[in-house]
Design a protein around this ligand. Structure first.
Ligand SMILES: C[S@@+](CC[C@H](N)C(=O)[O-])C[C@H]1O[C@@H](n2cnc3c(N)ncnc32)[C@H](O)[C@@H]1O
Length: 397
């Protein structure tokens, strides 16, 4: 290692130790906002809680909120504070985040209104069935990673720390980023870098990976950084780390993020009470497009353009309560740079979803996608024991 590389490695190691020490201190102080600041908190609290009373009055029992991405419960603790009669089911596929959130909500005195569930959110229907819950009054999603996951150096999410290429939000799942780099063919690698990372050099990077892995396994973020660095011509680089888009694409693929989102939105809509709300924060254009398209199905009449009369069954069933997408303002972006790309969209269910459209939503809730097939190929390549999500789930109060 030359002197410059050794200095770089030493600085990265110091930085990693500082980050881990800051996380330990925040946990010890019980101040989880020092680790993760909830984005657009006031808007989310308003959109999730302002209609709970009237939605619950229709069915006559306590309102139920489902937070599909509990994280460190920054949003959920504010929902429970703003809605003193509501129950909250908090789902997260990261057991560590779930345990920290559970402790935070217990300290705030919310344990008797909170149920933690270790699951991926596309298990939405079975989570509600396990809890004996039929319909709910609000479903909230704050997509992506928490700052805890990004900052914990050994999870391998960050390109700025050298760590094993893991990137699993749920470490009981079999496929890691290293598995993908070892098992996907060049076409599949190119497709994920292009589609999920919007990487212009997806093809050359995929080819290079396939060549390098014949020499030895690609298992660390430093190796992947070097491969990308040596492949993208200097003259074509935007600002920032050139490997950023490749890391993002791998993370989306490892965790099946877009497929899970596409499957969960219809499940949530099918379980909303009339007056109930679906509120989603996205940080990536592909996620936002998925949410926007899904919501648009219920915001428009289901008739050919130009039809003079819209039959009752074809009327819209959602109302757009965020009026498009809400973004963070300059002050929030300055204090929390992770809010810069947020798009917050929200709809309210204004009437029961017509029978035919329920059937379509039910179909959309459970397709097997090409990405599922790729990951299952990767899982076989991984030759690891697989603990199913349902076995790993913790439920109950
Ligand atoms: C941005 S964080 C949520 C932060 C939270 N709103 C807060 O204020 O503390 C997203 C969380 O969602 C979880 N998550 C992401 N995708 C998931 C999925 N498919 N199923 C369940 N949890 C998921 C991640 O593990 C992470 O903890």
């Amino acid at each position: 290692m030359n002197a410059a590389k050794a200095a770089e490695a030493a600085a990265a190691a110091r930085n990693a130790q500082t980050t881990d020490a800051a996380i330990d201190a925040a946990i010890a102080n019980g101040d989880l906002t020092a680790i993760h600041q909830p984005v657009l908190l006031d808007d989310c609290v308003r959109l999730v809680t302002e209609n709970l009373a009237s939605s619950a009055a229709r069915h006559g029992s306590a309102p139920i909120i489902v937070d599909c991405t509990l994280g460190l419960a920054g949003h959920s603790s504010a929902f429970l504070a703003a809605a003193p009669t509501a129950r909250l089911i908090g789902i997260d596929r990261d057991a560590e985040a779930l345990a920290m959130a559970t402790e935070r909500l217990a300290r705030a005195g919310f344990s008797d209104r909170f149920t933690p569930v270790h699951a991926a959110f596309d298990d939405f229907v079975s989570v509600l069935d396990d809890q004996g819950v039929d319909t709910v009054d609000a479903v909230f999603m704050d997509l992506g990673l928490s700052s805890l996951q990004i900052d914990e150096t050994d999870r391998g999410f960050s390109y700025s720390h050298d760590a094993p290429l893991d990137m699993r939000m749920d470490p009981t799942q079999p496929v890691t980023a290293a598995t993908i780099l070892a098992t996907y063919d060049a076409d599949d690698l190119r497709r994920i870098f292009r589609d999920y990372g919007e990487e212009r050099f997806a093809g050359p990077i995929a080819q290079r990976i396939v060549r390098e892995r014949e020499i030895g396994p690609i298992e660390t973020s430093a190796q992947l950084n070097r491969i990308v660095d040596e492949t993208i011509p200097r003259s074509h680089r935007a600002s920032g780390n050139p490997a950023k888009r490749v890391f993002q694409a791998l993370r989306i693929e490892v965790n099946g993020e877009l497929d899970k989102l596409s499957r969960t939105l219809p499940q949530a809509a099918l379980r909303l009470s009339v007056g109930g709300r679906l509120v989603v924060e996205s940080y990536h254009s592909l996620e936002d497009r998925t949410v926007k398209r899904f919501m648009a199905q219920g915001l428009m009449a289901d008739v050919p353009a130009g039809m003079p009369v819209v039959p009752p069954d074809a009327q819209p069933f959602f109302a757009d309560i965020a009026r498009g997408a809400i973004k963070a303002d300059d002050a929030e972006i300055a204090s929390n740079p992770r809010s810069a790309s947020v798009r917050l969209r929200a709809v309210e269910l204004t009437r029961p979803i017509p029978h035919d459209r329920r059937k379509t939503l039910a179909r959309e809730a459970s397709p097997v996608t090409p990405a599922d097939r790729r990951r299952s190929k990767g899982a076989h390549g991984a030759h690891r024991n697989h603990t199913s999500q349902r076995n790993g789930r913790t439920t109950g109060r």
